[in-house]
Design a protein around this ligand. Structure first.
Ligand SMILES: [Zn+2]
Length: 115
């Protein structure tokens, strides 16, 4: 992922292991990009933004994000407990939705069953 190729308004996927969420690029700088999660997929709160560095790895986003943090050595970074910080991925068709009726994973997190 080269964040310099991203454009404002572009839809991207962020992923953490088997989980994925759709987001929109809202800022592109030399240091990386800022995305905003779609309201339907974001946390319950007012702040939906996540910053990524130029390699596409989530950075400190405490001031713009109210969802789950990674919970690893750096608690300022959004992610999932199982798979770590969110990473940017090519969009917009990367992540299929799970259709397994007996799936026990959280329904509010889009996911697939292989990494
Ligand atoms: Zn599933």
């Amino acid at each position: 992922m080269d964040t310099n190729k991203l454009e404002i308004g572009q839809e991207v996927w962020i992923k953490s292991g088997i989980y994925g969420k759709k987001a929109k690029v809202v800022e592109v700088t030399e240091r990386g990009v800022e995305v905003e999660l779609l309201r339907a997929e974001g946390p319950i709160g007012l702040k939906y933004g996540i910053r990524f560095d130029t390699s596409g790895r989530a950075c400190d986003s405490r001031d713009i994000y109210e969802g789950n943090m990674w919970g690893g050595p750096d608690p300022r970074i959004p992610g999932t407990h199982e798979f770590g910080p969110w990473e940017l991925d090519e969009g917009p068709d990367y992540m299929p939705e799970c259709t397994d009726p007996s799936c026990t994973l959280p329904r509010d997190l889009k996911h697939r069953h292989t990494i």
